[in-house]
Design a binder for this molecule. Structure first.
Ligand code: ZN
Length: 157
């Protein structure tokens, strides 16, 4: 196994964490003094399950849109390549529990998303793969995240 030096996630033991969870994956101070914190927002137990591309894509559209209503200073929310969760980057140093509470509010909304309401950004102008969406899958993973966090808390271990 080649040693990895630059990517925080490569030094996380993915066999030890218990999904779903919220975990601080990094904290950086920029040259002009801003602090940026990156969160590992895990939905799936690593190496046991993963999200279908349509489901994670729809979840991304809904979370990226609505987390900004709940939380100040969101920089980015993006899916992980392994499709087991998302990275959320924000200005400042919020606690994991605070982020979990805000994400919970968004995911409760996503879990109850009505078929009659359009998912934001799903058309060929606003999205790069607009046909690859799965609202039913997004609702399912949102519900599983909320149920898991309510059962075990937001911590990763
Ligand atoms: Zn898209």
């Amino acid at each position: 196994m080649k040693e990895a030096r630059n990517v925080e996630s490569f030094s996380l033991d993915h066999t030890k964490v218990r999904a779903p969870y919220v975990r601080i994956a990094g904290n950086k101070n920029g040259p002009v003094g801003d602090t940026v914190t990156k969160f590992d927002v895990r939905f799936c137990q690593p190496n046991e399950e993963f999200m279908e591309t349509g489901a994670i894509h729809t979840l991304e559209h809904l979370m990226a849109e609505y987390i900004r209503d709940e939380l100040e200073g969101v920089i980015d929310l993006s899916p992980m390549g392994c499709r087991t969760g998302f990275y959320l980057s924000v200005f400042g140093s919020p606690e994991e529990s605070y982020i979990a509470e805000k994400l919970r509010a968004v995911l409760v909304k996503v879990a109850a998303w009505p078929d009659s309401e359009d998912v934001p950004g799903v058309d060929p102008v606003m999205c790069g793969n607009w046909k690859d969406h799965d609202l039913e899958g997004a609702r399912r993973w949102a519900r599983l995240w909320v149920e898991g966090i309510d059962r075990k808390g937001w911590a990763c271990f």
